[in-house]
Write a protein that binds this ligand. Sequence first.
Ligand code: HEC
Length: 155
Amino acid sequence: MKTKTLLIAAFAGFMGIALITSCGGGQQPAQEEAATQVEEKAGPTAEQLARGEQLYKEKCIACHQANGQGLPNVFPTLTGSDFLINQTKMAVAQVLNGSEKVPGHSQITYPAPMPPQVDNYEDAVAVINYVLNNFDNPGGYISVDDVKDITIDPR
Ligand code: HEC
């Protein structure tokens, strides 16, 4: 009995040392973890794109049409839109608050502004990521963290 206990104690001690040693050289696992996190942040998930598609079909299609091309002089095309691709955060703000409420958005040349469409960051980002990655657009990604400082106007 005694020997067995001693053996267990010795084994536990050995594992303790092994643990400390592996923690000492802990640079490697930490780096790997960081790399995984960056990869996860780099693009929309399949779930997010599916949610974006659902929202597009529910909310955007009436104006921007099924093919994203809008209607000439009434609703702009979403293909190759400079505003969408290069000012993506403002496009998210527009989906949240409507085009009249986007600070600095001065190119409104359409007969009526775009009304607010969604009321939370997750949906706004999902639908914008969907549009960025469809309708012959070049792709792209914006995260919820990127837009959390946009104030969502009360309705
Ligand atoms: C009631 C019609 C309407 C609906 C619904 C609508 N939009 Fe718009 N959208 C507009 C109009 C009008 C403009 C152009 C006016 C402006 O820029 O203020 C516009 C502009 C845009 C632009 C900027 C394009 C550019 O180059 O100026 C984006 C991006 C956009 N809409 C995305 C969306 C998304 C995503 C949805 C659905 C969540 C949506 N819109 C729903 C009418 C609409």
